[in-house]
Design a protein around this ligand. Structure first.
Ligand SMILES: [Zn+2]
Length: 491
């Protein structure tokens, strides 16, 4: 691909006097966060270059623009001109008609609305890419080409509403709505990604690891969308244009320029996430398939793990299971199984009409119907997990559910104190001093289940907080990447 770009660039420089000359690989980023399927987009720069596809940019300086999808039937006067001004100068000839300057594949011309005149000229129906540029509420010109309209600011940074972007903006139109697509060099895109994904104050080696992971991620994930390659949300990679760029982020990108992660000669799927809380997953424990370089690692570096707690009543758990269509009636208990690294590998809801076990990343999303949404991570312990029913108490441990008379149960708390269930007690594993299932909430009232967790994210690949901790301990970005991605090459 790189070779083809190089050849095309030379061609454009030589013959088409295009100013759109790129040094490296080009990426197409759908600006979904602010401009997905919108009916209009505001451009605050007055001096812009306008074109069709990736060449032939025409300088225009009319004021701030509002760009909208437009469609109509026109006569094409076919008096093609090289500039907007030359074509606009023809408009008085068509006084009394509804006419407008139009940029087409063949250059600038004047379009006359077919319902406002009768001309001996070919009739054209505007195409699927046609957009109109309005200044102060009046359309100044339309762009009606065989591919999407593209603009850039004369100073190289374009302002769309509140946002600013390097490179070009293309309007990916679908009927009456359109999505803004930022077309720019990959390194410039990474300037925006690195410190959108990671604070600019973090150590340089962590930022460099992030830059290489983000750059490699691009290579492997270019087909996630239609109309553009990646979006600007965390669905792909967070990207805020120039707003979250920083000196340190640009330095990290520049110092790792062209470096990518490979396994068996192929770019890897360099997935990453915020915080692992102490261990990562095998990819097959998160998604469907096993990936040789996405292996569980016990993470002894990460220090500032995100901690979280979620408490549910049994009624809330029953509602969640009902919303998910599990059909298990009233939830009476929740139990978990763990990976060797101590992460939740399966979660079982025990209900009055049956049980439901869920695995992989669906464990997090199972909680989506709840008020706070999906779980932040699968690195958690279950506290509670018991439910009273009349004078019975259910205790759920590693061996499953045990039922006994309420009055005959006693338990020991964390300080070794024994007593009847009825207060808060911690249930201990026979073999260790660790809390296994923890504790029983007040008997006699409907109990709650608390999930106490660490970490944030899907858990496969690189932990960003882990990368930070490794960098603080003096590890290099290559050490960091090789710790989280197994047996990869960096080149
Ligand atoms: Zn996406």
């Amino acid at each position: 691909m790189k070779k083809i770009f190089a050849v095309l660039s030379i061609f454009f420089i030589s013959f088409l006097t295009s100013i759109n000359v790129y040094g490296g690989d080009i990426v197409r980023i759908g600006l979904e966060r602010a401009y997905k399927n919108v009916s209009q987009i505001s451009v605050n720069d007055s001096a812009v270059r306008v074109g069709i596809g990736d060449n032939n940019k025409y300088s225009i300086n009319l004021g701030a623009y509002v760009i909208k999808p437009v469609g109509n039937t026109y006569y094409n006067t076919e008096e093609y001109k090289d500039t907007y001004e030359q074509a606009a100068a023809l408009l008085p000839e068509y006084r009394g008609t509804n006419c407008i300057t139009a940029l087409t594949d063949k250059g600038w011309t004047v379009y006359v609305r077919a319902d406002s005149a009768k001309l001996d000229k070919p009739i054209v129906k505007t195409g699927p890419y046609c957009v109109g540029f309005a200044v102060n509420g009046t359309y100044k010109f339309i762009v009606d080409g065989s591919s999407a309209c593209r603009i850039m600011a004369e100073d190289g940074i374009i302002s769309l509403g509140e946002n600013t972007y390097r490179g070009d903006i293309e309007f990916y139109r679908q009927g009456s709505v359109m999505t803004a697509v930022n077309v720019l060099e990959k390194e410039k895109y990474l300037y925006g990604v690195v410190t959108s994904e990671m604070p600019s104050s973090w150590p340089m080696e962590a930022l460099k690891a992030q830059a290489v992971a983000a750059g490699t991620y691009v290579e492997k994930n270019k087909e996630r969308h239609v109309g553009y390659e990646l979006c600007d949300t965390v669905h792909c990679q967070a990207y805020y244009g120039t707003q979250k760029e920083s000196e340190s982020g640009r330095k990290a990108v520049n110092e790792t320029a062209g470096k990518e992660l490979y396994y068996n000669g192929e770019p890897i799927d360099a997935v990453y996430f915020s915080s692992d809380g102490g261990a990562t997953f095998n990819s097959e424990d998160v998604w469907s398939s096993a990936t040789p370089y996405l292996k569980a690692v016990k993470d002894t570096y990460e220090k500032e793990s995100r901690e979280w707690t979620r408490t549910f009543t049994y009624q809330e758990l029953t509602n969640i299971c009902a919303a998910n269509g599990y059909g298990i009636g009233n939830v009476v208990a929740v139990t978990a199984e763990y990976t060797p690294e101590g992460l939740v590998s399966s979660l079982t809801f025990k209900g009055s009409k049956g049980n439901k076990t869920i695995i992989k990343d669906a464990i997090r999303s199972a909680f989506h119907p709840s008020s706070e949404g999906s779980l932040l991570s699968r690195n958690f312990r279950i506290i509670g997990g018991t439910q009273t029913e009349g004078d019975k108490v259910y205790v759920i441990g590693t061996e499953g559910q045990k039922t006994t008379e309420y009055t005959s149960v006693s338990a020991q708390n964390g300080e070794g104190k024994q007593g009847k269930i009825g207060n808060k007690f911690v249930i201990m594993d026979n073999n260790s001093s660790e809390t296994v299932v923890a504790a029983v909430t007040t008997v006699g009232t409907p109990g709650t289940v608390t999930l106490q967790g660490k970490g944030y994210g899907h858990g496969a690949g690189m932990s960003q907080y882990g990368a930070k901790a490794m960098a603080e301990e003096g590890y290099s970005y290559t050490d960091i990447l090789k710790f989280y991605y197994k047996d990869v090459e960096i080149k």
